[in-house]
Every structure is written in C-alpha cells, then in structure tokens.
Design a protein around this ligand. Sequence first.
Ligand code: GUN
Ligand code: ZN
Length: 432
Amino acid sequence: MPAHAYRSALLHSLGDPADVGVAASYQYIADGLLLVEGGKITAMGDAAELLPTLPAGTPVERLDNALITPGFIDTHIHFPQTGMVGAYGEQLLDWLNTYTFPCERQFASPAHAEKVAGIFIKELLRNGTTTALVFASVHPESVDAFFTEAQRLDLRMICGKVMMDRNAPDYLTDTAQGSYAQSKALIERWHGKGRLHYAVTPRFAPTSTAQQLALAGQLLAEHEGLYLHTHISENPKEVEWVKALFPERSGYLDVYDHYQLLGPRSVLAHGVHLCDEECARLAETGSAIAFCPTSNLFLGSGLFNLPMAERHKLKVGLGTDVGAGTSFSILQTLNEAYKVMQLQGARLSPFKSLYLATLGGARALSLEDRIGSLQVGHEADFLVLDLAATPLLEYRLKQCNDIAETLFVLMTLGDDRVIERTVAHGQVVHRR
Ligand code: GUN
Ligand code: ZN
C-alpha cells in the first residue's frame, strides 16, 4: 500500500480525563496531517511542520469541514440480534425468551449466518465502529460467518460462540463438553489469524452449569491472549436468580471469579447493579465493564454508576448491546450515556465521551498499544467525520466556540450520517 497523507483537523484521546485532567486528556490539531503507510500511522502532527518532510510524490488529500478521529470501539454487541433491534415491551428475562432466543435459533443455518454477518459488519462500518467485541450465537457456524467477513475486510475484531447448557430452549443449548470442544476448534481456526481474536463466551451465569463455567476457565488457561465475554448484574430479577442458582457463592461476580473467568481480557457487559466490593474486585483483576446505555434504558434495566467505576479505577468501555441496545451508532450511544449521567446528578464531559468511545474502549480490550488513538505506530483505524452532515448540524456547529463544544454537539446530534469515511488498517472500508 503506497503512502497517503490526510490534511484535516485531528482529534484523539491521550488519557482518561478522570486520571489526567481534561487538558492533558486529548490532542486537537486544527490543521493537521496524518500520514498512513502499510496500514499504520507513520506520522501525525501540524500540517505546516510535516508537509515539508513528506517524500516527494506523496499524495496529500485535503479534507475541509471535517474531523479525523480514531475508529470507534464497541465493547459489547450481539451479531445474531441484528434482526430484532427494537422489540416491544419486555424486560431482560422475558425479552430473552420472547424475542432473543427464537431470533438466534435462525443461526443454525450457515446461509443465514453469512447473510447477517455481511449486514452486521456493514452496519458497524457505516457507524464508524472499527473494532467490536461480539457475541455470536451458540452455533459455531455463526462465528465462522462473522470471522470470514471480518477477515476479508482485514478488521481488528473479537468474537466467540455462546456457551449455554441450561435454562434456555433445547434448540439453543449445547453441553458443557460439547461447548468446550466447539470453542477449542474455533480458537484453533481463528484466534490470532490476521487481526482476529477469540472470546470465550458463556452467555451469563444463569445459562451455564458449574461444569460449563469451569471448562470456560480451562479454555482461558490453555490458550494465550483469549478474551472472556459475558454479562453481569444487568437486571434486578437476574441478580436474584443468580443468587438462587449459586447459593454457595457470595454474589454474582463471585460466580465468575470462582471459575477463574476474571482478568485483563475479561469484559462483562452492564454491571448496573454492582456493589462497591464487586467494583473493587473487577479493578483488582484488571477486568472491564461494558457500559451499554441505550440497552439499559430500553430494557428498563437501570442506570450505570460511572462515577463509582471511576472511584475504583475500573476499566470501562462503551457497548451498543444491539439488539437490546437500539443503535449501532457510538455517537448515539454517547448521547444516551450523557442522559444516564444527568439522571444521576452527574456529568459526562465531551472528552470523557471521546475517551470511552476510543482509547478507553481500547484499554478495556487491552489493545491500547495498537488501536484507540492516532499515535504514530498504531494501526490506521480512523474516521473522517463530516461536520456538515445535516443542515442542522452544519448550522449548530457554526455556533460552537471550541472543540469541546463541537465534540459535544456531534455526540448529541450526530449518528451514521456524520461518518463520511471509515478506514481500517489503512484501507477505506466505508464511504458515505
Ligand atoms: N443477558 C444474557 N443474554 C443477554 C442478551 O442477549 N442481551 C442482554 N442485554 N443481556 C443478556
Ligand atoms: Zn448483551
């Protein structure tokens, strides 16, 4: 791939504003240059300084009324739920039985899985998501379909087969030993291939026997660099159910802890009803929570306590959680995250939002050495945002006095229409 330079405003996160303060948490360059070569960022900085250093003949593309940011990172989403976004009327446990399980049943068909994998990945890229941690269905074929498409586009993606051996319809359950063998075969086929990683994926504590959770822990111990992806403490009835199913454990998190499922590549979705001790234990083990505001509001699950997570220095990423979540757009997810904070008398600053969508997500996935910012040497996964995507956005952004205000309005009014271009590993994978 020949070198290509983009001349544009550039914005990326350098750290969590909660740790380093707002001023040190980001870098904004009004007239910047981003040089991309061989799928990597090879230079970034002020255009005036970098232009004279470019090798003769390097094409320079000028982007006006645009902003380049890192690609967005979605730390929790379900690929087989693409066809059931916005299902009416239920909270978590009834929603699963009424809508989710019948929808996921269709993924027994490899042809169906292939079709939806194409739709799903296209939708991620249309919305500027370049990396996602993805639940497939219980069927290994669904993982093959997802990874085949992700590999074709050379994306950095993480996925795994659902492990689920009880408390679900017969048509959708596996067995402890069967799920171990199927997961192992998928790990051998996909983990570490190109930019792909495998996630051991027990759905949540209620749908796994103790034996299955123990085998999930065994898989993690047997292979380097695997992820653990599951749900935790999303809904009060779910939390009570886990206590009844595992009376020998001290609480929901202790179930996962006991089976050695926590660690720096473990991502647990929701955590709306965690207590202080559980947050402390998550932080101690380096595990991350995926904050899923559109889902938590849609299913009436509750309000995630981000300030509590910050107090414990717990890693937090942002999850759309489609199909309980109602949008593939990380911008719209931030719009709802802001409101979740408002309802708790707290704030979500524009730079904390940028952090959650990019570098914070990369840290939640322990991938911050490769993605999540525009640092030289990082993989060239970035977005061109169109600051005139709609007439209202164009007019509203003209009233903004600084990049903080611009960023906040982008997150309030913006969605897939703002994503003019998505670049992954240096290649354009979506253009509006
Ligand atoms: N808990 C267990 N399974 C699911 C799921 O598919 N979606 C959500 N939001 N929560 C879950
Ligand atoms: Zn989920």
